[in-house]
Design a protein around this ligand. Structure first.
Ligand code: LLP
Length: 432
């Protein structure tokens, strides 16, 4: 097996390689992940298939833990809600950020049942969710004044308040979360009111958005929240003990994007916090980070099987695959652009431009507008789409009564199922 082949002769192939998990390699013409060939994976587990590389998940977890060893790192479970992945992360010392009872059940099933490792979120928490936060003694992030009162009444002991500073993060507008008018958190005036009302509040939370490819906005958020903490101290006497900086670090999904490595990003944020605390003479609070995407995105590769190949215009040939917006809605929702290669022809030079269509009954179901593949993709070829470990399967739907794909974990030359494929019987069982 060799890594060199995937690098190919052209510079952009090296970048394509970087979108894949750490263990990607080729064996002859065949792509391998975690030491297992793509063809074997699909033969055993079916297609489409989400393949998660254990080594990459663990390495990402370690990058957070080693750069911020004192902080609680709570996985943004929504990025890939899966018990086996939560278990692996727990082994690496990572907790869970959950935003529904469902995500909480998954975290508990993975053995993350110590309240000190659980953060409960949500902009509209139900009574049951507040009661569960109290029962598990987790940290709860209050999202409104009304919820703060309800959470206290429910017996929640450890609480942060979510602060919305009014930052337009440089990302898709659907995943900005701390701008003026956001549905999340409290604007500065109401945050102050929360601190007056509940002086026992342990600290503040801020999450400005997701898929942040540069650190500038995260630094601004740190500056603003420290300035706010100083103002709150001056006006109310309250001081923070805990600061939760949310998630947000982006992961490239195509060759034109780049993002900071985890260690660099966390290092920059920590440095900015130290600087801001010194400036305002604030104590350094204990820290929480809630990374979702950056822990799992690059670990995931989706394998599809090519079906129909159809030229519809002189410049457009569609390569249709056996999945689409039901297993990855991100291109349709956020205009996300993905890269791909033919996993069973990984030794061939990509020379022709194609569009990759999903199989769903609408024109918007195009997974990739433009991708360079070896000439002449054929029925039965395997298409590998890297950087699909976050917000793909976790956001899947059953559109067109399509069962959700299976997920497998690879490493050390073997693969095991971590989520079985849905069946039509599963879907039919819900019908009355
Ligand atoms: N903490 C809070 C409070 C959040 O709302 C989120 C994500 C995270 C942490 C994790 O953020 P991350 O590190 O993954 O950026 N479906 C969208 C992303 C939505 C993110 C929602 N909140 C996508 O596919 O891009």
């Amino acid at each position: 097996m060799t890594k060199v082949r995937l690098l190919g002769h052209r510079q952009n192939r090296a970048v394509l390689h970087d979108l894949f998990p750490d263990t990607v390699a080729t064996d002859g013409a065949m792509l391998t992940l975690g030491g297992v060939s793509a063809a074997e994976l699909v033969a055993e587990f079916g297609s489409p298939l989400v393949v998660m590389d254990e080594a990459t998940v663990r390495a990402s977890a370690r990058a957070y833990r080693e750069t911020a060893p004192e902080a609680l790192i709570a996985f943004g479970t929504k990025a890939f809600p899966n018990v086996a992945i939560l278990r692996i992360l727990a082994e690496e010392g990572i907790g869970a950020d959950v935003s529904t009872l469902g995500e909480l059940r998954f975290a508990l099933a993975a053995g993350i049942d110590d309240g000190a490792r659980l953060v409960v979120h949500g902009n509209n928490k139900s009574d049951a969710e507040l009661a569960a936060a109290a029962e598990h003694r987790s940290l709860l992030v209050a999202d409104s004044l009304e919820e703060l009162d309800r959470a206290r009444a429910a017996g929640v002991e450890r609480m942060l308040v979510r602060f919305t500073p009014g930052i337009e993060a440089d990302t898709h507008e659907a995943i900005r979360t701390a701008h003026h008018g956001s549905k999340f958190g409290l604007p500065p005036h109401d945050t102050l009111e929360a601190l007056r009302r509940a002086p026992e509040l342990e600290g503040l939370h801020v999450h400005i958005g997701s898929q942040l490819l540069t650190p500038g906005d995260a630094k601004t958020a740190v500056d603003w929240i420290a300035t706010f903490a100083a103002k709150a101290r001056a006006e109310t006497g309250w001081t923070w003990r805990t600061l939760d900086l949310g998630g947000g670090l982006g992961v490239p999904t195509n060759e034109d994007e780049s993002a900071l490595p985890i260690r660099d990003y966390v290092g920059i944020v920590l440095e900015e916090l130290e600087r801001a605390c010194a400036l305002h003479r604030l104590e350094l609070p204990s820290l929480v980070f809630e990374p979702g995407r950056s822990l799992v995105a690059r670990a995931g590769v989706t394998l599809y099987t090519v079906g129909s190949v159809k030229q519809v215009a002189s410049s457009t040939t569609y390569v249709a695959v056996d999945g689409g917006m039901s297993d990855n809605p991100r291109p349709a929702l956020y205009g996300a652009r993905y890269a791909a290669l033919l996993a069973n022809r990984a030794d061939e030079e990509p020379t022709e431009v194609y569009a990759v269509a999903g199989k769903h009954c609408e024109s918007g179901d195009v997974l990739i507008d433009r991708v360079t593949l070896p000439a002449g993709p054929r029925r039965g070829d395997l298409l590998a789409v890297p950087s699909t470990g976050a917000y793909t399967l976790g956001m899947s739907s059953n559109y067109n009564v399509t069962p959700a794909p299976a997920a497998v974990l690879v490493g050390g030359g073997s693969a095991r199922l971590i989520r079985r494929r849905q069946t039509l019987d599963d879907l039919l069982a819900l019908e009355a």
